[in-house]
Design a protein around this ligand. Sequence first.
Ligand SMILES: Cc1cc2nc3c(=O)[nH]c(=O)nc-3n(C[C@H](O)[C@H](O)[C@H](O)COP(=O)(O)OP(=O)(O)OC[C@H]3O[C@@H](n4cnc5c(N)ncnc54)[C@H](O)[C@@H]3O)c2cc1C
Length: 443
Amino acid sequence: MHRADVIIIGAGITGLSAALAWRAKGKKVIILEPSEQAGGSIRSVKDHQFLCELGPNTLMVSKPEVREFLESEQLLDHALDAAPHAKRRFLVHKDRLVPLPKSPVSALTFPVISTTAKLRMLAEPFMRSGVNRDESVASFFKRRIGPEAARELVGPFISGVYAGDPEKMLARFCMPSLYQMEREHGSLCLGALKRKKGGKGVPRRASRLVSWENGISQLVEEMVEKVFDDMRLSAPITSIQRELMGFVVRSPAAICEAPNLVMAAPAYESAQMLNKLGQPSPLLANCHYAPMVVVHLGVDVEAVRHPMNGFGALISRTQGLRSLGILFSSTLFPGRSPASHTLLTVFIGGATDPRALAMEDEELVRIAASECARLLGMTAPPVFRRVTRWEKAIPQYEQGHGEMIAEIEETEKMQPGLQVLGSFRGGVSLQDCILSGIGSVRD
Ligand SMILES: Cc1cc2nc3c(=O)[nH]c(=O)nc-3n(C[C@H](O)[C@H](O)[C@H](O)COP(=O)(O)OP(=O)(O)OC[C@H]3O[C@@H](n4cnc5c(N)ncnc54)[C@H](O)[C@@H]3O)c2cc1C
């Protein structure tokens, strides 16, 4: 029997961050991971000299607690900052890539939305605040900035981050700071101005958008190195019980006991584990995840007319294309492709196009390549292609999400010492997962 201060189930970024944070407080940790490798959704794979991110591509480090944690664990020592041009993001408009405006003045000539829509946006401070706590992202922004801007500007962002449907995703959970701004200031414009003014004089370190030489998996490897002795891979959970001294978790790899238990698995897996503990959690079990297909294309650099001088392009559902977005992977970070070639990462599917998951590889590659040809002026077929399917890619913060969170909180109250964490709670980005992991530490 292994006795520890905390048992962590799941070695994705949430579980690994929790493990490091508990260790930093001098606590004894044991991590159980059912698969053969740590990292969860993080998978960087070298294939024919192309470094493909099958899951996340970049880590945004903007929250001070996350930055302090990563720095104190020396996890940013080998991080690579994205190329400076990554600040430029494109939106697709009539088969052209249009850079998102950087200032209110440049927004005046932004061709993606009409003059009427721009004028409507200017009326934002005069719009009434909402009363429905479970308002969708689409409804929130239609009300604040008008239907056209909501559809063309916010829609692509929601597919880019959540692979989600703005008509279903809830503003309160997807954009908590904007939702809060409306509540506090009655307007997003006024709220942003007040925050800017209030922030004067407070030293703020610039945010960083990073990856590593060997991709995001290098971060996982560096984290695993620190907790290697406390981790059991290929350790499926067979039973979880509450006993006098705390939780007893059994797996063929180890039997562990600890007063604290952090579940850091996907929602549907945690719900099954909670069943084992006698805590049925139907809302968690039914948490909706959007599917996603990631298509990697390696193309002769001479055959792409667009300079790919940005992070990538987001695509509104109104543009008649199947791709949700394209990342310029090899111009963001070095070493993603041979010098003679470029690597593009195309995302297809999401909550608004779940059928993409069932399509043949050749068809997905054909769609990705033809849409890249149309948008980027690609004149030769790709010489490298790789298709990755995620049946359950990203949890959707839709109607019922608040009730699911309440269910988790109630379970945690009934089982002191238990925490149920993951991308289905508190944000889907790597940064939010790290934050929730480090926030799990108890005395
Ligand atoms: C295609 C794609 C692209 C993305 N792009 C980005 C991006 O560029 N930037 C960004 O910030 N975020 C991105 N994300 C989101 C981000 O990658 C995830 O939200 C995050 O990695 C989730 O981490 P996690 O540790 O909570 O869960 P997971 O990564 O799912 O890890 C959970 C772990 O629990 C284990 N587990 C499963 N079942 C059990 C069980 N029964 N018992 C114990 N353990 C179990 C799993 O094997 C896994 O290791 C992307 C996600 C996807 C899918």
